[in-house]
Design a binder for this molecule. Sequence first.
Ligand code: 3PG
Length: 328
Amino acid sequence: KESKAEVVPAPSEAAAKLKISIYFATWWALNVIFNIYNKKVLNAFPYPWLTSTLSLACGSAMMLFSWATRLVEAPNTDEDFWKALFPVAVAHTIGHVAATVSMSKVAVSFTHIIKSAEPAFSVLVSRFILGESFPMPVYLSLLPIIGGCGLAAATELNFNMIGFMGAMISNLAFVFRNIFSKRGMKGKSVSGMNYYACLSIMSLVILTPFAIAMEGPQMWAAGWQTALKEVGPNVLWWIAAQSVFYHLYNQVSYMSLDQISPLTFSIGNTMKRISVIVSSIIIFRTPVRPVNALGAAIAIFGTFLYSQVILVSFDFLFVVTKMNFCFC
Ligand code: 3PG
């Protein structure tokens, strides 16, 4: 029998692990920076529909430029590709704007604590909409996720219903986005980077009229004057930074999704939330009561438990092929 010490990964396996570790570290770092600038912008200029639109516009412009200058090879797409992308883009748009609205109303840490319940939404959607069933331990692992989020929400000092509902809607929308997008990425004709670029462009087209209807140029102009008076021209740089980092972190996450299973992706996403929660509490000096922190810790622990239970409960290939990549 081979002992553990004798199992030396082949160079290609070690290189693949290194590559994915770099992807993960980059993804989390970019996400932390995005969240910080996004919140700074929303504090000074509270127009989440516009800032969500600008994030998508910036990503679309960056990718159109990269394609035009052949920095990145443009994808070869057909009508079927764009048709299949449409439901993904609708879900991405809803999930993105709902999370941004949430963060405009509550602390970044609170939005991400609620967003750590995404696996629970994944299981519920798979069970009640896709008709998949899970072994009992999977359902049991949802209890700490739901209980922890409930405790964190009930004890949140600055609770706001729109902030809470925004994060919940974002969870639901992103579960659908992940199911549809992994299906769309099957066949590998379009890389993760280009797939996300096309997604940004389509989401931008969908979101723009809604942003104008929900907020509109008059509100933006008035808000801009106030932001300039209170913060100064720096707010423009913050908007640029949040937009660039929003695109970059999503692009890297889609490049990771290209390489790894949705389950590994899901674990990576939870780890990412821990970095965001901790760094935003420190940077924004968010007041946290012990019972509130306990709720967050239980919810995050529940997400890890869920990942472990899923791993034990299913043969990995079964998860990948039968569950349609719906764990995120
Ligand atoms: C967004 O604006 O789309 C959200 O902040 C995304 O959140 P997530 O990528 O961490 O789920």
